[in-house]
Design a protein around this ligand. Structure first.
Ligand code: FAD
Length: 438
């Protein structure tokens, strides 16, 4: 804390989570210095900034975004928005990546965040340091930075918000015999559009949101698609042109793909839609006592506070949730911890709470990879953050619309995005048009 008693906060990343953090820090100027947002690229938006290029950029940076050209959002704008910043009224409910990118740029301008972002600046290291020179001691965070055009520097902060996203480091499963595969192996992180796959045989591995979307795109572009996944049954039906297969077991010596039911397929492309690893190359996990597996970051109290270092916050780690709404509550909860509105339990109690929460989920049969997913519990989670941090709870109309969209998605995966919704009087929603029902 500086001599004026204000916290100095660093934010890693200027995607939606980092911008949300910056906006709320600026709003609480009585307790916080303006934030310093470090962004490795030259622009805001993070994953919503579509780059056709794959691999590395001209400045040697790994391409961050996993967006594909024709992506439409899987949440309607009425649910996706930050609760205090609606999307343009004229846009349809389901958006392109460009719509979302423009929304984030407008958010940034409206809240005057831009002057607080250090672009082309990569955070290389974030480490706790003790400050014996401080009155009463205390600890701070040393943030080591590398300019993308050269040069290192170091800055000291009271708190760090980690907003580096978790859809950039592909999770590559180990597939026995993969060296025998004669076709092209790629991850969805590097998929952009379907045309190059026309009339090719493609095995898509994984039936998460990207696996499903990409299978549809490929089938429409006349690729022969086999979707291999480990779900006993999908909660929605697929069109006949997308064949399904059980999990891939191995690649045979002759290069063909061998599935769990003994069936075999020859493919020109193996497209891994197998998700992403959590990735914090700038943290010393051992020093922090942090366990990071591809599907898990622990221990995190309320999915965002590291009990041993309660001034380091991880924003937006949950998957299959409403990301922007989640950022809105997590960021404000974290700020309420820092300004003293929220008193955290002791380190031991927080660790105990995390342990019990995990055990409860494991007993309920939740798989390891879903331990950080708050899809079903997300609404209780937001309520709990809101109540503790004395914030207005989420509007129930958003939850009800979210549930309606999930229902529509299960009923018609192909056309659910053609429906347009409208929030009415902040308490009701309406369907404006439902093309497949007319
Ligand atoms: P990001 O957007 O990934 O931003 C992280 C930022 O941190 C980036 O700008 C990056 O350059 C920067 N950064 C990373 N490391 C460093 C470093 N060391 N130093 C400095 N800067 C760094 N969400 C929805 O709500 N609706 C959807 O329909 C939807 N569809 C999606 C489709 C795809 C294909 C993907 C990949 C995601 C989708 N999401 C969707 C989720 C999306 O990730 C979130 O909406 C949200 O944009 C994540 O924001 P973020 O700020 O956490 O991460």
């Amino acid at each position: 804390m500086n001599p004026r008693g204000k916290h100095r906060v660093a934010v890693v990343g200027a995607g939606a989570a980092g911008l949300c953090a910056a906006r709320h820090i600026l709003f609480r100027s009585e307790s916080f210095e303006p934030p310093v947002v470090f962004e490795q690229s030259a622009r805001v938006g993070g994953t919503w900034y579509y780059e056709e290029r794959v691999g590395t950029s001209d400045d040697g940076r790994l391409i961050h975004s996993s967006m594909y050209r024709d992506l439409r959002t899987n949440l309607p704008k009425e649910v996706m928005m930050f609760p205090d910043f609606p999307f343009d009224f004229h846009l349809p409910s389901f958006l392109t990546h460009l719509d979302v990118q423009q929304y984030l740029e407008t958010y940034c301008k409206s809240h005057d965040i831009m002057p607080h972002i250090k672009f082309n600046t990569m955070v290389e290291e974030v480490k706790p340091i003790s400050m014996e020179t401080d009155e009463g001691g205390g600890m701070r965070w040393e943030v080591i930075l590398r300019g993308m055009h050269g040069g290192h520097s170091t800055q000291i902060f009271d708190s760090v918000f980690i907003c580096n996203g978790h859809y950039s480091a592909p999770h590559l499963p180990s597939i026995p015999g993969i060296e025998h595969f004669k076709g092209k192996v790629m991850h969805s992180h590097s998929y952009r559009y379907p045309e190059p796959f026309a009339h090719q045989s493609v095995v898509v591995l994984g039936a998460g949101p990207s696996g499903i979307d990409i299978s549809f795109e490929l089938a429409q572009a006349k690729a022969e698609v086999i979707l291999s996944h480990n779900k006993t049954s999908l909660t929605f039906s697929l069109p006949p042109e997308i064949r399904q297969a059980p999990p891939l077991v191995k690649v045979l010596d002759n290069g063909s793909l061998f599935f769990q039911d003994g069936s075999v397929a020859h493919a020109q492309v193996l497209l891994l839609c197998t998700g992403y690893n959590y990735h914090f190359p700038f943290l010393c996990l051992k020093q922090l006592g942090l366990e990071v597996q591809y599907h898990l970051v622990a221990p995190l109290y309320k999915y965002l506070v590291l009990p041993a270092f309660p001034s380091l916050f991880f924003i937006g780690l949950g998957k299959n949730i409403c990301p922007f709404l989640n950022f809105h509550y997590q960021v404000q909860f974290a700020l309420a911890v820092l300004d003293g509105t929220v008193q955290l339990p002791s380190r031991e109690l927080m660790e105990e709470d995390v342990k019990k929460g995990m055990q409860r989920k494991i007993q309920m049969g939740v798989h390891g990879k879903d331990l950080l997913q708050t899809k079903c519990e997300q609404w209780d989670y937001y309520e709990s953050l809101a109540t503790t941090a004395r914030l207005p709870p989420p509007n129930p109309v958003i939850r009800s619309l979210y549930e309606e969209v999930q229902k529509q998605r299960r009923a018609n995966l192909k056309t659910y995005r053609e429906i347009n919704y409208r929030l009415v009087k902040a308490t009701e929603w309406q369907i404006l048009n439902a093309p497949d029902k007319q």
